[in-house]
Design a binder for this molecule. Structure first.
Ligand SMILES: *Cc1c(COP(=O)(O)O)cnc(C)c1O
Length: 402
């Protein structure tokens, strides 16, 4: 925005990997009078949300809805199933994995952290090796991130389930899907996950302040003997009240109004179409990055994230300075960098209510910002992304015509 202005024209490009741009329809749905959260109208809304959200996690079991950001649902997953001193196996995929591990320590758990270099997802073979060593079966849970938001690496979950089963290990499997749910396929039941943690402000296209635990029967069983203290996070209280369409305390009524609509929107588009759209935007973004002659932080294609691409800048260029300049000049926000790669990369979020044209606006803005910032790069990233989208959409149009 010009130095002498206090307003920037047009919409802000909110390309951080969550919160994601809020669809107007969700915004309108939330712009309603408050209702009695113990009344019949609320019970209808709650039931719609509690049933609807199961279709997003792909589970027939209950999903618990918390008035909290994703971090709260992380805590809920741990305190409802585990006891002080329990060992848990976690994988160092990046900053968010580290934060969940640090939380486990604070809660009195004993995490074992499989080291990683922040450029790949979780390796099922390493998890299997680690569990095989655990002859006493002392590890109570394996906790992984489906999508490491800090690095843009996705960890396939089915191989991890298979690894646990191959050893015949009884540990619970807990998966954080905060930045992947409703953007790429996820099957809580079919993949044998015990607790799935979700959040509102990423693929679900809602404001921050709501999060989820999807639970398996095995997790519900573990909850019966879990000894970590819990009160606000107690699954029991929630499940009992949810049965009749209510919550143990005042729920975030307006967030539920938004959630009901966001679930409708996902099904109107069709979940498979939603996933295909995210895959297309992610591939277009990576092609742009490569054409610029820059490097994607995730270094193995099998771990590429469908929702976030972290872009490494050439040595000697500060990614935080680049983000500030892009914000001032073009009114676009990117995600920051962390850990061993702090200041070395920026993240482009391509998740939520974003279409091809919007994405091209983002990539064109990014190419312009690279030029304004004087970061060495080749031209043609935008063209490469367009070529890919044109070919993907032409293929889709041909298939539709057949
Ligand atoms: C955003 C995010 C979190 C943290 O969620 P908050 O809503 O910020 O508390 C945790 N894990 C992952 C993978 C995330 O993307």
């Amino acid at each position: 925005m010009p130095q002498n202005a206090s307003r920037a024209a047009g919409r802000h490009f909110l390309q951080i990997p969550g919160p994601t741009p809020l669809p107007d329809r969700v915004l309108r749905a939330m712009d309603t009078p408050l209702i009695d959260h113990r009344g019949p109208e609320f019970a209808k809304l709650a039931k719609r949300c509690l049933e609807g959200i199961k279709t997003i996690f792909k589970t027939t079991n209950p999903v618990i809805i918390y008035t909290a950001t994703g971090t709260g649902a992380w805590e809920a997953a741990l305190v409802n199933t585990l006891s002080p001193g329990d060992r848990v196996l976690m994988v160092e995929t990046g900053q968010f994995a580290k934060q969940w591990k640090d939380m486990a320590i604070r809660l009195g758990l004993k995490p074992e952290f499989i080291a990683g270099d922040w450029r790949t997802g979780a390796d099922a073979a390493k998890i299997e090796d680690h569990l095989r060593q655990d002859k006493a079966r002392a590890i109570k849970a394996v906790c992984v991130l489906h999508n490491e938001t800090a690095t843009g690496c996705l960890s396939p979950i089915e191989p991890i389930r298979k690894a646990i089963d191959a050893v015949g290990h009884p540990a619970l499997l807990m998966v954080d899907t905060i930045s992947s749910l409703a953007s790429t396929d996820y099957c809580h039941d079919d993949w044998g996950v015990d607790v799935t943690v979700g959040g509102a402000q990423k693929g679900l296209m809602l404001p921050p302040g709501m999060s989820f635990n999807a639970v398996s029967d095995k997790a519900l069983h573990a909850a019966k003997s879990s000894k970590l203290p819990k009160s606000f996070w107690s699954w029991d209280d929630m499940l009992n009240m949810n049965k009749v369409g209510f919550f143990p305390y005042t729920p975030a009524t307006q967030m539920l109004q938004g959630l009901a609509v966001s679930i409708d929107m996902l099904h109107e588009e069709g979940l498979d179409n939603v996933f295909a759209r995210h895959a297309r935007l992610a591939e277009a973004t990576r092609r742009a990055v490569r054409a610029w002659g820059l490097e994607v932080l995730c270094r193995e294609a099998k771990y590429y994230s469908p929702t976030i691409t972290a872009v490494l800048l050439p040595d000697g260029h500060d990614a935080d300075a680049f983000r500030s300049l892009a914000l001032e000049t073009f009114n676009i926000s990117y995600g920051a960098s962390f850990g061993p790669y702090a200041k070395k990369y920026f993240r482009i979020g391509h998740l939520g209510d974003i279409n091809d044209g919007w994405m091209m606006g983002v990539l064109a803005t990014t190419e312009m910002a690279l030029a304004v910032a004087g970061i060495p790069h080749k031209k043609g990233g935008v063209q490469a992304a367009m070529d890919y989208i044109v070919s993907a959409q032409s293929r889709a149009a041909r298939v539709a015509a057949e």
